[in-house]
Write a protein that binds this ligand. Sequence first.
Ligand SMILES: [Zn+2]
Length: 230
Amino acid sequence: MQARAVLAVAAHPDDEVLMAGATLARHAAEGARVDILFVADGGSARFAAPDAPGAAEAIAAREEAARAAARILGARPPRFLRFPDNRLDSAALLDIVKAIEAVVAESEPETVYTHFEGDLNIDHAIVGRAVRTACRPTPGRGVRRLYAGETLSASEWGGGPRFRPTRFVGCDAAGALATKIAALRAYGDEIPPAPHPRSLEAVEALARSRGAEAGLDHAEAFEIIREIDA
Ligand SMILES: [Zn+2]
């Protein structure tokens, strides 16, 4: 694992746990500083507009759940860019890139996790693209490892190339995987019952399946976008 500073950039609260919750917990347990950044507000899509009655309360509740999940993972309090939920395609990509770049410059991560660009969800695809741009390896930048993770109910439903993992991070059922499940539970009613793809049963089944691909009991899987050993 070997990283002093790690950043996960997710579109919505709960994506960070689904994508990399066990891996972030392992980083934190090994002493890394773990930061989490959310790009979209994670609540306003259920309302006619981001400023509709009730939207602000829904967004605040989601952010409170995200703070609780971050504590469980051992991460620092998350940051929120609050671009409009499921409407990232209404924002200029450059604005999203610049906002992410500012957090990367401040957080100075060596290792970054973000979305697989082939996800069905438009916000995930845009965040994946924006993070790839924000972490481009020009001289003086410190991001050495960039990975794309899969999100149940988004990665398997995209119509393009399938998610093809090239890095596997083992997670013990009683250790990092249990921490991931506990962090997911912090999101409360966002976790639907089986056989929904974001049910706890599906999360455990995916961890079991990815583990089996790598000769491990359970694992999270990532596509390697870039690794640099200077
Ligand atoms: Zn999402």
